[in-house]
Write a protein that binds this ligand. Structure first.
Ligand code: ATP
Length: 304
């Protein structure tokens, strides 16, 4: 029987505009290529896991609007079990306004919409999914009380908890103590630990702080440089692949989703990271969130 993944998290419709550079406060810039793409950190990670072949169920809330219904259909098409994707009457699906600059960086503002409705009460009927899973993957675009309730269920059931602590914020010790693997980028690592992550030594310093909460594996993603991996206080850099970046939206999400697929298939951590680097590298060569996430055959071909 294949190992099971549950992703709990957000769903957003991404309104994307390309700009030559980010506008200064008060400035108006002419952009181009406006379009709506499916996104949200939870959904992106679920899709990355689904497209790369994981046995995955998604716990999330969408609005009672057309786009929510269409996104739900697309999740199913991407191989995701959508029984716990709830359409909440009277709400709108979450929205993200994304600027993409000519050098491939992005800048994002979010309206939570239905994502704020993923309360511990709405999670309750889906707790057995978490208890039956091998891995629970979460981010921080859902109410913190729900993230913590899910992590508690996972801890009791022996389900491994992987937290991608994005967007950046400090977290209560009560939550950090329930996490087995954490995957911050540099900004998120700083928000969690107070350590400014610039050099490899800084990354290890931040990882050491996170280990004090009992988190056994710390993966600090460093964009094009790759990822700093620390286990039991010993760290190393695992470089990513060199590609021409077009749009880094969802690079971290693709990395997380693909990493879990590889882990569930039993790959050792370093090989799982290589698989995740490949999936994320493909994603940065394409624009958009979910449109940029590769399917399994593309990752296998990239690595061949
Ligand atoms: P985002 O918020 O843009 O989704 P993030 O800040 O969470 O991303 P990053 O640290 O930027 O995450 O990147 C995550 C992973 O994506 C990296 O570890 C690497 O595998 C891949 N990656 C990101 N940028 C590049 C790049 N320019 N070239 C190749 N791989 C990249």
């Amino acid at each position: 029987m294949s190992k099971k993944l549950v992703v709990l998290g957000s769903v957003n419709a991404d309104h994307v505009l390309s700009v030559p550079r980010f506008p200064k406060p008060g400035e108006t810039l002419v952009g181009s290529g406006y379009h709506i793409a499916y996104g949200g950190k939870g959904a992106n990670q679920a899709v990355a896991a689904g497209r790369t072949g994981a046995d995955i169920a998604f716990i999330a809330c969408v609005g009672s609007d057309d786009i929510g219904a269409r996104m739900r259909e697309q999740f199913a098409a991407d191989g995701i079990d959508t029984q716990a994707v709830m359409a909440i009457e009277g709400t709108t699906t979450g929205v993200a306004m994304i600027w993409v600059s000519a050098d491939g960086e992005n800048c994002i503002g979010i309206s939570a919409g239905a994502n704020a409705e993923l309360t511990p009460a709405r999670l309750q009927p889906h707790l057995p999914l978490i208890a039956d899973a091998d891995v629970l993957l979460m981010q921080l675009e859902s109410p913190l009380s729900t993230v913590e309730a899910a992590a508690q269920t996972a801890r009791i059931a022996g389900t491994k908890v992987i937290l991608n602590p994005a967007p950046a914020q400090a977290l209560p010790e009560s939550l950090l103590r329930l996490v087995d693997v954490i995957t911050p980028n540099e900004t998120e690592a700083q928000a969690l630990t107070g350590v400014v992550v610039d050099t490899e030594q800084d990354a290890q310093k931040a990882a050491d702080v996170l280990h004090t909460y009992g988190i056994s594996t710390v993966l600090i993603t460093l964009g094009a440089r790759g990822v700093w991996v620390s286990e039991q206080g010993k760290g190393e850099l695992i470089p990513g692949f060199r590609v021409q970046a077009l749009d880094t939206t969802a690079a971290g999400d693709t990395f997380n989703g693909a990493l879990v697929t590889a882990e569930l298939e039993g790959l050792p951590l370093r090989q799982a990271i290589r698989f995740a680097h490949a999936a994320a590298a493909i994603s940065v060569t394409r624009s958009g969130a979910q449109p940029s996430i590769p399917v399994r055959s593309e990752v296998d071909a990239f690595l061949a």
